[in-house]
Every structure is written in C-alpha cells, then in structure tokens.
Design a protein around this ligand. Structure first.
Ligand SMILES: [Zn+2]
Length: 155
C-alpha cells in the first residue's frame, strides 16, 4: 500500500534553537517554567503553577523578577487553558499594557498557532545544568545546557 503523504503540512515552529515549546499543553502541566527572548537577548522568564482547589483548578502565572530563578517571582495573573488566555486579577502587579503581559500573550499565541517566531526570537522551556543540576532560565544557559559558573570552570 502506498504511504500516505502529507501534502499540506502544518507550519512548524522554528527549531533552530533548543528547548522550544512545541505544544500549548506545556503551559498547563503545573510547574511550567519558560523564557521568551528577542535577538538582543532581552528576556522574560515565566512560571505557571497549578493549584487545585476543592471545586476548581487555577493556573497562577508569575514573572521572574529577581536573581533566584527558583524563588524570585512576582505574581502576574491566571492562565486559562480552555482559551489559552491570561487574566489579570486584583492582586496582579502588572497591567494588560505592560510589556511582560504583552510578551507572554504573544508567546502563548505563537505556540498555540504553531507559528514560526521571527529570526532571533525564542520561546524556550527551562533547562538544567548538566554539571550541577541547577535550573537554567537565561536563553544562553538554556541553549548551552550548563550554567555560567560551571561554564567558567570548564573553559
Ligand atoms: Zn552548574
């Protein structure tokens, strides 16, 4: 039997960088940490944490705002998986006009629609240092798979 061919393949995401997020399901896994960056290496790191209540489940979105990528997060809003949307709440520290909110919205849309990101832009899930196991969240460390201190030691 002839192999069926996909004549009109869906556009795929840019795979020229490591750790690209290929499926929007990632955002609702419960401990999703990811970094969105542009060609000049400006970047935001987000965390979406699941919290199960008696009657419902919420996904809280945080932005990395300090030096410790395990703990230095600021509350941004809630993620709504059914519509892939971000909703701000009374406790949100950012507005819908803020850059962190806009960048997050852009990144989620790209992943959901499996759209190619412009050259030099990256939407990456976190990585771990292959030497010490530390969480890596900057674009260059994610790509390298080794943190800055371990990298310096191994040069
Ligand atoms: Zn390390």
């Amino acid at each position: 039997m002839e192999q069926q061919q996909n004549l009109f393949p869906q556009p795929t995401q840019n795979l020229q960088y490591s750790n690209s997020i290929k499926d929007p399901k990632f955002f609702e896994l419960g401990k999703a940490i990811f970094t969105v960056s542009n060609p000049t290496n400006d970047h935001y790191t987000y965390k979406i944490k699941i919290k199960k209540f008696e009657k419902n489940t919420l996904w809280f979105v945080y932005l990395l705002t300090g030096p410790d990528n395990n703990n230095s997060y600021t509350y941004l809003g809630v993620y709504i998986p059914s519509i892939h949307g971000i909703r701000l709440t009374a406790k949100s520290k950012y507005t819908t006009e803020s850059k962190p909110f806009q960048v997050l919205k852009w990144a989620i849309k790209k992943v959901v629609n499996k759209e190619q990101v412009p050259n030099g832009y990256k939407i990456q899930h976190e990585n771990k240092c292959g030497r010490c196991g530390r969480l890596l969240t900057t674009p260059e460390s994610i790509d390298r798979g080794i943190g800055p201190e371990c990298f310096a030691m191994h040069r």
